[in-house]
Design a protein around this ligand. Structure first.
Ligand code: V07
Length: 248
């Protein structure tokens, strides 16, 4: 069933999901439909990121996690990968003043050490430039993969046990969560709402542990076409599901 905006209207005075995570899919397809190169879709997708960041922040979202580049994306053509690795640089060159105005704090999770130096530097500078902001956390998943994240967490915990810093019985959901890349998000580690654009209805190795209790919203809309009204539609559906639980 396709959920319509008027069926589940968004209400600003109702619960807003604290943590929204988005798999930003469909940039290449958007470009191909317009007979443009795939990278034109990524560029437009970056403008959508700016638009949605501002809107989520103004709605009172606490954490916005965006899946920008997966550990699988290295398999794409070299030209496209180079273009993608330039995007964080362009993004921050043009958007940091707005982020400061909006009081948004940048966070990045993923295997950042494997990124090209210029990408890593841009990311580190953005984190530094926004570190004193106290509003929404804009959390980019960059060179991120959930299974790798969980393996690394498991190894970290195993080492602690080996070095007698932790007993086996102390391995709990809490200590495990603390070992994941999302631990910096504190009480908002787990997404309340996961959105995937472009019609795919899979998780594709994104936040496998953290989405245990998340609501899912899938839409056919391609990421460059995603806008404020679609975000509100997704939140409206989230609110309607919560109303149902509230009645029990
Ligand atoms: C990327 C634009 C959005 C659609 C998805 C693919 C293309 C923003 C960033 C970014 C990442 C880290 C960061 C600041 C900005 C980005 C990549 C691709 C690799 F600290 N958009 N965007 N990174 N796209």
């Amino acid at each position: 069933m396709v959920e319509q905006a008027n069926e589940f209207p968004f209400q600003a005075n109702e619960v807003i999901p604290n943590h929204i995570a988005i798999i930003m899919d469909g940039n290449g397809r958007w470009a191909q439909r317009k007979f443009l190169p795939r990278v034109a879709g990524h560029k437009e997708g970056m403008n959508t990121v700016k638009k949605i960041t501002k809107h989520a922040s103004r709605l009172g979202v606490k954490v916005l996690t965006l899946y920008a580049f997966s550990t699988e994306n290295w398999k794409r053509p070299t030209d496209e990968v180079s273009f993608l690795m330039q995007l964080p640089v362009d993004f921050f060159d043009t958007f940091v003043p707005d982020l400061i105005k909006e009081n948004v704090k940048v966070n990045v999770m993923g295997f950042v050490d494997q990124l090209p130096v210029h990408t890593k530097k841009a990311v580190e500078k953005a984190i530094e430039d926004t570190k004193n902001n106290t509003g929404m956390i804009l959390n980019f998943a960059l060179n991120y993969g959930s299974r790798s994240e969980m393996l690394e967490a498991t190894k970290l915990i195993a080492k602690k046990v080996q070095e007698n810093q932790l007993t086996v019985d102390e391995i709990t959901e809490e200590t495990y969560s603390e070992a994941l890349m999302t631990h910096t998000l504190g009480k908002y580690q787990d997404p309340d709402l996961l959105i995937r654009t472009s019609g795919e209805e899979r998780i594709s190795n994104f936040l496998l542990w953290q989405i245990a209790y998340s609501e899912f919203y899938f839409t056919q809309i391609l990421w460059p076409d995603f806008d404020e009204s679609v975000l509100e539609m997704a939140i409206g559906v989230y609110q309607s599901r919560h109303r149902r639980f509230g009645g029990l």
